[in-house]
Design a binder for this molecule. Sequence first.
Ligand code: GDP
Ligand code: MN
Length: 379
Amino acid sequence: MDLLEYQGKQFFATYDIPVSEGEAVTTVEDAVAAADRIGYPVVVKAQVHVGGRGKAGGVKLAANTAEAREHAEFILGLDIKGHIVKTVWIESASDIAEEYYASFTLDRAAKKHLGMLSAEGGVEIESVAETNPDAIAKIWIDPVDGLSEETARSWVEAANLNPAANDGAVDILLKLYRAYTEGDCDLCEINPLILKPTGEVHALDAKVTFDGNAEFRHEGWDVIDATQIRDEREQAAHDKGLQYVGLDGSVGVIANGAGLAMSTVDIVNQVGGSPANFLDIGGGANAEVMAGALEVINNDPNVKSIFINIFGGITKGDEVANGIVTALGRVQIDAPIVIRIDGTNAEQGRAILAEHASDKLQSKSTMIEAAKTAVELAK
Ligand code: GDP
Ligand code: MN
């Protein structure tokens, strides 16, 4: 779950990370009122789930009421990389001496947290990584050991910030690491992390991603969840509690288990097709779940064929087949369906499907055959 900048800053503030005072508003009048309350100069900042807002004209300094109005009028409704600005965050403007970059993210390959710190902040870290990789000081943190003050200090020293920023940076990075780990984040990024002329270090931007799998233990995440941008298909799947990721191909994919669903996406590609989605219906592939999955896939106008790939384990092949038949009785499906059932009671499952076979519904005994047929039908 991606947080908007202001949500990220409010999250940072709960860990005592210094951020600017501000207000999130959705109208020009409210923006002006907020700016007047906060006191000038202020920054008017577009709240969208993409970076590079500054370059796109979505971050502007206002010295007085008239400028606050002008910028709010410009930014509200602005299209930034396809995201229309509906909310602006008005915050007290900061004086900047230097701009740095700081982040924590998970390095899955290393099975450790990765901290990155650079004296070259304010620009996209990807371009720093490309043009001047030595300018990024990296540390890998074992989650069991955590980040000690000593380690944080030598990391900060390796990043060659202005020495005046070192104490403040160590303090913020320790707090940010706590926020990142205790907060169940996939990413906590501050770009720019600024050194003020007065010597304070301060988070001027916030990019935070929560790990959606931890939603059950964070009551406050409902609010964040409500502001997530999902495409229509993803929203429908989310409402039905399905694990769905929208892709842009033409073969709708339904499988039981995330691993099999990923393999199904792969095999569709391998035989020259392109999957329209990833969809894992989980272990209990009953009629209810199958009907929901078929509905979501059916509503995708790009889908030209549907590949249902089931491996019977605890869920038996005949139950799944009955589930599919019942689901088809409930949902009017437009695209032809190819089914592969293997595993426990596969024979019985295939026999049930054979009774209902038509040009809209066929069963294949191997994954590769089924994939080829589905891809052929999608052409
Ligand atoms: P992004 O472009 O989406 O990453 O948005 P940021 O929040 O990082 O802002 C972009 C740039 O605007 C920063 O790198 C700063 O140079 C500038 N900026 C943002 N807030 C302030 C501020 O309070 N004062 C000043 N002087 N510049 C700011
Ligand atoms: Mn930024």
